[in-house]
Design a protein around this ligand. Sequence first.
Ligand SMILES: Nc1ncnc2c1ncn2[C@@H]1O[C@H](COP(=O)(O)OP(=O)(O)OP(=O)(O)O)[C@@H](O)[C@H]1O
Ligand SMILES: [Mg+2]
Length: 365
Amino acid sequence: MKIEKIKLNNFRNYSNLELNFNPTKNLIIGKNGEGKTNIVEAIYVLAFSKSFRGSHEDVIVKNGETLTRIEGVVKDKRKTSYKVIINENNKIVKIDNTVIRKISDYVSNINIVLFTSEDLKLIKDTPNTRRKLINIELSQFNNEYLKILTVYNKILKQRNNYLKTLYLNGNASKDYLDIITDQLVTYGLKIHEFRSEFIKDISEYISNNYKSIASVDGLSLVYKSDYTNKSKEDILKSYKRSINSDIRSGVTSMGIHRDDYDFVLNDRQLKDFGSEGEQKNAIISFKMAELDIFRDKKGIIPILILDDLFSELDKTKINNIIKFIKEDIQTFITTTEINKLSKSLKAGSKVFKVKDGKIEEVNYE
Ligand SMILES: Nc1ncnc2c1ncn2[C@@H]1O[C@H](COP(=O)(O)OP(=O)(O)OP(=O)(O)O)[C@@H](O)[C@H]1O
Ligand SMILES: [Mg+2]
């Protein structure tokens, strides 16, 4: 899968920009704050209809403007045009000029593996960040996943609201809570199955990848969930036991919204015991496992984005990543540190030099 071109209107610091990309490697270089990440962010928004940075959707709209438009042409088996239009309170997505009403039908079409310097902190980051990452991956692999997750989140919200009702009114019906809880568990178990399968797939690859990077065996990703190895009946019983504390706190204390994932190297939790280098290598192995799964399980070659990674990594680790990137993967690399990149990488790439929202193509051959 390759993105051939992108056209931006009022996106971040770009008023109007049109770029034609290389089917293999694209380097986006420039000083801090010039607009490098904004370009790869635009590709990401084209794929997912939302950004990986910032919590509000409209932060991507250029200051002083009201509407952002991102258009792109992606070549897979055939050429397809995609469009995302975002304003303060509305979002429209189109495929080949047809409006797609459900976002979940849109997001699994352009497949991206994004690897940013933020990801390097993943092991020490909050469970919420790890869940988000896995959600994004799974939404790309299977568009049912996002639909089910959306329903689960709605039911969870309903349950939490009803817990508050029960707190304020002791006479309100507990039967209704049972009905909501039953639904929550039904959908939760489906999510659990998707996630277990994904972690199993990742585990198949992550250990080998780590071995080829660090020459050490035994890295795995371990799924931690309230639902693991439990029947629906067991789970429902646990909810019954926690009913009073749930009513007191007004939140659902159990469920797949509290799932987490541990990186474990030969029985050692990297979160607590891993050195910084071990943690970085584990994340690189994880990200490369995503590429492996796309290729081997789905027959898809996704677009790879490496944003600002090289400021955080030494030359050996950079080379370990580059080693994984085969010619058939379209890759976007943003960096301030062009000197860290090898001559051959520079010569084989299309190079975009970014300065204050203006882009110039330069040649390193
Ligand atoms: N909504 C917006 N409207 C206008 N400009 C914006 C908007 N959001 C961000 N910017 C500007 O975009 C610039 C940052 O762009 P970007 O994050 O792409 O930089 P970068 O080249 O990746 O920098 P770094 O090397 O530090 O990562 C900043 O100057 C910022 O002010
Ligand atoms: Mg940046």
